[in-house]
Design a binder for this molecule. Structure first.
Ligand code: GDP
Ligand code: IMO
Ligand code: MG
Length: 422
């Protein structure tokens, strides 16, 4: 029996989708635990590229069961689009998708409030998917949940009550057009028909599965540094991508978790605003962006790129309790003569002992680098660790030692086959 948590260890887009797809071969159930359609998880199988936003990446493995946990915020339109997309690609989800009745629904006003706030002075650079406003309503105990779809009277009452308040804000505070209450009630009443068959008491389902000896992989979205508590606040998402969020996000108790797998990109990227000490500006950053095709899978925005940061990774390893790491996109560094690795931060000439999450400090720190030789060889066809160039092994050894993690998977390309297991 194994219950593992898979976390993004940096600022998201580490290649979680690809690694979940690889690992789901050896798990019975894959369960998403937080975030929403702000995520974009890419899986390449043969010549087909799949980008999933809400449904766990395990859905592409025949026979695997997939769960969307209570910690996820669900945009029903995005969910139905994704189900349709999978069906069009011949993926049968019947009897394989289980959606928590406690998950909250993204409403049209969440997306509008997200975009209004992003047009003001306190920008975060969100994905505009309504994530923050939906989690605000959840914690304000005003949210509308999947379970509400099962009772038309309650659903209508809750939508009307919410809209009365939200329309006031939209009109009076922001001077924007009010939303049509009846149209939204009608739209959401119709979702029940489409989603009903998937609605599940997820904790009971998972408890029974684990008792039956089934294994579960809990799939995180975003990354540790985007965690609302442990990330670079306020430039974070509104949920808990860190491993601690997995248990509350699906309803599996911490005592069941057997391992935490960290997904680590061989360099660092970030989308949206916020501090990024090892960011490469100018030509070098642009080169990494082009080589790594670093454009958002959800919004298409260019991702900011920078050197690997072992100081950040040490922090991420600590707060997530990472036991094993899958390192991705190593092939992207193959053109470089030299590769820099950040081994610590300095502030006003003094070396820091712990990772600061205060953005004021992070904006001012100076990374301390060591420079390693590049390997200047195409590694995308290599399938055995021992066949990697000496400089590549040196790079892997250096970053794993400085970050304190053990590498168990190396990804050298987007495809399933471009994977080295240790
Ligand atoms: P996620 O959000 O963590 O699932 O990551 P994304 O899917 O947003 O971004 C990762 C991108 O890198 C996708 O386009 C993947 O197809 C691609 N990718 C994943 N692993 C590798 C790799 O080892 N090498 C290269 N070149 N691309 C990769
Ligand atoms: P995956 O799962 C990278 C970032 C946004 C923004 C901040 C808040 O594909 O790794 P939000 O819309 O969540 O309120 O935006 O978080 N962000 C991501 N960055 N990968 C993601 O998901 C992200 N999801 C949100 O760019 O900076
Ligand atoms: Mg992504």
């Amino acid at each position: 029996m194994s219950v593992s948590v898979l976390v993004g260890s940096q600022w998201g887009d580490e290649g979680k989708g690809k690694i979940v797809d690889i690992l789901s071969d050896r798990y019975d159930i894959v369960a998403r635990y937080q975030g929403g359609a702000n995520a974009g998880h890419t899986i390449v199988i043969g010549d087909t590229e799949y980008i999933l936003h809400l449904i766990p990446s395990g859905i592409l493995r025949e026979g695997r069961e997939c769960v969307i946990g209570n910690g996820v915020v669900i945009d029903p339109n995005a969910l139905l689009d994704e189900i349709k997309f999978l069906e069009e690609h011949g993926i049968n989800i019947e009897g394989r998708l289980f959606i928590s009745q406690n998950a909250h629904l993204i409403m049209p006003y969440h997306k509008i409030l997200d975009s209004i706030r992003e047009s003001g002075d306190n920008k975060i650079g969100t994905t505009g998917r309504g994530i923050g406003p939906c989690y605000i309503d959840k914690y304000d105990r005003k949210g509308i949940r999947i379970v509400d779809l099962l009772n038309k009277k309650i659903l209508e009452e809750k939508i009307r009550a919410n809209l009365e308040e939200k329309n006031n804000i939209i009109k009076k505070l922001y001077d924007k057009e009010e939303l049509d209450v009846d149209a939204i009630v009608k739209e959401y009443l119709a979702f029940d028909e489409a989603i009903d068959q998937y609605i599940t008491d997820v904790p009971s389902y998972l408890d029974a599965a684990i008792r039956d000896g089934k294994s579960v992989l809990m799939e995180g979205a975003q990354g540790a540094l985007l965690d609302v508590d442990h990330g670079t606040y306020p430039y974070v998402t509104s949920s808990h991508p860190t491993s601690g969020g997995a248990c509350t996000g699906v309803g599996i108790p911490p005592t069941q978790v057997t391992s935490v797998i960290g997904i680590v990109k061989a360099y660092v990227t970030r989308v949206g605003l916020g501090p990024f000490p090892t960011e490469l500006h100018g030509e070098k950053g642009e080169q990494l962006r082009q080589w790594g095709h670093e454009f958002g899978a959800t919004t298409g925005r260019p991702r900011r790129c920078g050197w690997f940061d072992t100081f950040l990774l040490n922090y991420s390893r600590m707060i997530n309790g990472i036991s094993k790491v899958a390192i991705t996109k190593l092939d992207v560094l193959s053109n470089l003569d030299e590769i820099k690795v950040c081994i610590g931060y300095e502030l006003n000439g003094k070396r820091l002992h712990s990772f600061p999450t205060s953005v004021d400090i992070l904006d001012k720190v100076k990374p301390i680098y060591e420079t390693l030789p590049g390997w200047k060889t195409d590694i995308t066809e290599i399938r055995n660790y021992y066949d990697l160039p000496a400089e590549t092994k040196n790079y892997l050894g250096f970053i794993s030692e400085k970050s304190g993690f053990e590498i168990s998977i190396i990804s050298v390309g987007p495809k399933r086959s471009q994977t080295i297991e240790l």
